[in-house]
Design a protein around this ligand. Structure first.
Ligand code: ATP
Ligand code: MG
Ligand code: MG
Length: 352
């Protein structure tokens, strides 16, 4: 088996490493902000768990390695200008948008829509680096050269597709995930919902087109809005993704193992999913060992310092039957302060 070096050593790298352990597949998450070189073998594979990294001798070493995968995909997707251009080029549905150029005027922006989301081209996550704007408000100089403008979409809900492509071009997918975002941050996901099935074929076709165009190898996630029963792609992630965390409990293989299989050139099969899973993100809060008494409940703690709003862990609750999952969610919700129950009650409502 090759060794898998990962650019990035956050929770995604940590969970990739955990997923490799049962197979004896060595995964080496690397902090790209450090200068010290890592010890690499010529036949190692280099993959990423983040899209952007500082220019250091270590990051240059990793990206110059012959086993570095997906250089083009990472470059295209890390900048919203090239990412949205790719979606247009491939005729994949996305919110109307424009680049903000030095000669843009508010009239120019108004052509995209009355209400817009201004997004920094690079480096934004969890809703950081984006602002709402509407006609009549002044344009800000700080947008110049750094942002795109996107029409505000009055979506009904948000879903994502997580899939993988191997070196021979075979693609496999999980069923669409339903996501709850608040203030730009993912709070919860539900996996296994049958009612999203009618959107599955279009979503798979689009993500296949994207992965083929980029000659991509590994797991990719595609975040979408659902508007009147149709999909619009919001953004892509060339890596394992928070909205795929439910697969650790609800699918075989998980997105982490699926990514490792794809990049290590091991066989893939369409993930086997049975039952229903709720994933709840722990944002700036500790967890309680009492939760482990809830049937089907699993805690993933990232061992990060707790800071307000920071993703420090997640909880998966998986049960084969909807009614059992409902009972487990209620049991967990009863253990939480009332003002923290909303993501669980959202999941409950979606399952009913
Ligand atoms: P992530 O942590 O997922 O990478 P991000 O900072 O890159 O987030 P987006 O995914 O672009 O940001 O946006 C975050 C959330 O803001 C979306 O999930 C959605 O809820 C809302 N949002 C973004 N763009 C739009 C839009 N054009 N119209 C309406 N809502 C939007
Ligand atoms: Mg993003
Ligand atoms: Mg997003």
């Amino acid at each position: 088996l090759p060794r898998i070096a990962v650019i990035g050593n956050g929770q995604l790298g940590r969970m990739l490493k955990q997923a490799g352990a049962p197979m004896g597949l060595e995964v080496l998450p690397c902090d790209p902000s450090l200068e010290e070189p890592v010890s690499l073998n010529p036949d190692d594979v280099v993959t990423v768990e983040q899209e952007l990294w500082p220019d250091t001798s270590r990051s240059r070493q990793l990206t110059a390695h012959p086993g570095f995968l997906n250089a083009r995909a990472t470059e295209v997707i890390r900048d919203r200008l090239s990412e949205k251009s790719l979606l247009d080029h491939l005729k994949v549905g996305t919110a109307p948008w424009c680049n903000i150029t030095p000669d843009h005027t508010t009239e120019h922006l108004a052509l995209v829509g009355d209400k817009l989301v201004i997004k920094r081209r690079q480096g934004g996550y969890d809703g950081r680096g984006q602002w709402r704007w509407q006609q009549g408000e002044p344009a800000l100089d700080e947008w110049l050269g750094e942002c795109i403008a996107e029409k505000m979409i009055p979506f009904d809900e948000e879903v994502s597709l997580v899939g993988a492509r191997d070196r021979d071009g075979n693609c496999v997918f999980y069923p669409l995930t339903l996501n709850l975002h608040r203030q730009g941050i993912l709070h919860a996901s539900v996996g296994g919902l049958k009612r999203l099935q009618p959107l599955q074929a279009t979503a798979e076709e689009w993500l296949t087109r994207i992965m083929e165009e980029l000659d991509y190898v590994g797991v990719m996630a595609m975040e979408c809005f659902v508007v009147d029963g149709d999909l619009l792609v919001n953004e892509l992630a060339p890596r394992v993704h928070n909205s795929g965390h439910w697969t650790q409990a609800g699918a075989n293989p998980s997105q982490f193992q699926l990514h490792l299989r794809a990049v290590a050139d091991l066989p893939l099969f369409t993930p086997v999913v049975d039952g229903y899973t709720l994933m709840w993100n722990l944002l700036g809060r500790d967890w309680s060992t009492r939760w482990l008494a809830v049937p089907g409940c699993d805690v993933h703690w990232y061992e990060k310092e707790i800071r307000p709003g920071r993703k420090v862990g997640h909880v998966n609750i998986h049960r084969p039957q909807v009614a059992d999952l409902e009972a487990s969610i209620r049991q967990l919700a009863d253990m939480l302060p009332e003002d923290e129950r909303a993501p669980l009650l959202w999941g409950l409502k979606e399952l009913l």
